[in-house]
Design a protein. Structure first.
Length: 207
């Protein structure tokens, strides 16, 4: 019971901080929608009001990027196996305002650590909605030589600069040996009955 009360308090405290920050009401409502009234809160805490958010760090796109990916929010297609992942979050500007219509182009290795270089398996793009939210159904990527587990993403707000970056999984043994790994690009991850729930909020320049 005490643990339940602490979780409830933490959730109320987080949502209260959101409500008193500069974040729009739409952001607060969508945070509730992601977490659920009884779900465990997994979004990163919002900085204090008036403190600008740090821009998401840039990383190399790597050699496996392919342009003209299809519009797709579900990579769990026939032939794609692995632990299911639901990846969600928001695209924000440094003042915490949600960015609608931002392009997010995701790609990653399949559960065997292989990239599809002839097609678009585990590749696709989407646009953030009116509240700045994105959502991707995918799988945990496999390992391949020299790299830890990661997702690639290429983002761009309308008329803004392109950002290429990567997202990483916590508690991975190879995080310590991957020269590209950055702890500020770690996903917030928890297990669920159906697989893994992961969140990450991107912060972009608008011009």
């Amino acid at each position: 019971m005490a643990g339940s009360n602490r979780r409830a308090f933490s959730r109320r405290k987080f949502l209260g901080a959101l409500a008193t920050s500069a974040a729009p009401l739409a952001f607060l409502l969508q945070a509730r929608a992601i977490c659920g009234e009884k779900g465990q809160l997994v979004l990163a805490p919002t900085p204090a009001a008036g403190e600008p958010l740090k821009l998401t760090p840039e990383e190399t796109a790597g050699p496996f990027f392919r342009p003209d990916s299809p519009a797709k929010t579900n990579f769990r297609e026939p032939g794609v196996s692995g632990i299911p992942v639901k990846l969600t979050g928001f695209v924000l500007d440094p003042k915490r305002n949600p960015i609608s219509g931002a392009l997010l182009d995701f790609w990653h290795a399949d559960d065997r650590g292989e990239y599809d270089l002839g097609g678009y398996r585990c590749r696709g793009h989407q646009f953030s909605n009116a509240g700045g939210r994105y959502a991707l159904e995918t799988v945990v990527p496999g390992l391949y030589p020299g790299r830890t587990r990661h997702y690639h993403v290429r983002l761009q707000a309308a008329h803004g600069p392109i950002l290429a970056t990567q997202l990483y999984f916590p508690a991975e043994a190879r995080n310590d040996t991957d020269s590209l790994f950055r702890p500020d690009l770690l996903l917030n991850v928890r297990k669920s009955a159906s697989g893994v729930v992961a969140t990450f909020n991107f912060v972009l320049e608008l011009s």
